[in-house]
Write a protein that binds this ligand. Structure first.
Ligand code: KIV
Length: 277
């Protein structure tokens, strides 16, 4: 059954946990979708994982639409959420609505996600008014890396814990259907999850949130530039790929690949005629 923003809210009401993973291409989206995962985030983490940037700041609307549309083609049942990239919504409410609309029309998203709390509430309200489901994202917000001064857990002092609680409530009031909590202490994330009626999707936020999300390349040990504390390796796909690539390299160089069964035959008479013998 197709998951929608409404399904997510109903799952919270029923006390069912929500599973999400990122994906950035058609084939991976299909595999994630076939696994019964409820939602696929086309995260702007594609800047790191797919494009090799050191952060998400340089990711563009065109990048998000290109990868988002590929994922949407592969996802039959999962809700596809596409991230709004840095500076596609911060400057004005107008930008936010127009760019969210592009992610829906051109990227075929089922919802969009944007980072921030109180400071982007007017944008969230306007996007929701345009009938576009919005997922919030608070805690560690990687697009703000330059003002945050590094990738570190948030909400560990009184002021920042209070701000997170306030921001979650404001996002709910503004009409967001869910909120991502990234790198937030588990106790605080559980408290926020109990305080709001919309689902919280945690990443590095403990087991008390209503759902979980991970970057697929992290949980499959495919991405090796860095490894956050909260990542668990559910399979060693990176190593399996490396072994496969090495075996191919060896066989090509030894001449054992391709073998007869990987080769197309031609009728001998046809061949002789073609080469003039
Ligand atoms: O871009 C991304 O992958 C994300 C997740 C880390 C939640 O925003």
């Amino acid at each position: 059954m197709k998951n929608t923003s409404v399904t997510f809210k109903e799952m919270k009401k029923k006390g069912e946990k929500i599973s999400m993973l990122t994906a950035y291409d058609y084939s991976t989206a299909k595999l994630v979708d076939e696994s019964g995962i409820n939602g696929i985030l086309v995260g702007d983490s594609l800047g790191n994982v797919m494009l090799g940037y050191p952060d998400t700041v340089s990711v563009t609307m065109e990048d998000m639409i290109h990868h988002g549309a590929a994922v949407a083609r592969g996802a039959k049942n999962a809700l596809v959420v596409i991230d709004m990239p840095f500076m596609s919504y911060q400057a004005s409410v107008y930008d936010a609505v127009v760019n969210a609309g592009r992610l829906m029309k051109e990227g075929r998203a089922g919802a969009i996600k944007l980072e921030g709390g109180e400071e982007i509430i007017p944008q969230v309200e306007a996007i929701v008014k345009a009938s576009i489901p919005v997922m919030g994202h608070i805690g560690l917000t990687p697009q703000s890396i330059n003002s945050m001064g590094g990738y570190k857990a948030q909400g560990r002092d009184i002021a920042s814990a209070k701000k997170l609680i306030k921001d979650a409530k404001l996002l709910e009031e503004a009409g967001a259907f869910a909120v991502t909590l990234e790198c937030v202490p588990a106790e605080l994330a559980k408290y926020i999850s109990d305080e709001i009626s919309i689902p919280t999707i945690g990443i590095g936020a403990g087991a008390g949130t209503d759902g979980q999300i991970l970057v697929y390349a992290d949980m499959l040990a495919m991405f090796s530039d860095y490894r956050p504390k909260f990542v668990k390796n559910f399979a060693n796909v990176g190593e399996a790929m490396r072994e496969g690539f090495k075996a191919y390299d060896e066989e090509v160089k030894k001449g054992t690949y391709p073998a007869a069964e990987h080769t197309y035959a031609i009728d001998e008479a046809v061949f002789k005629e073609a080469i003039g013998k």
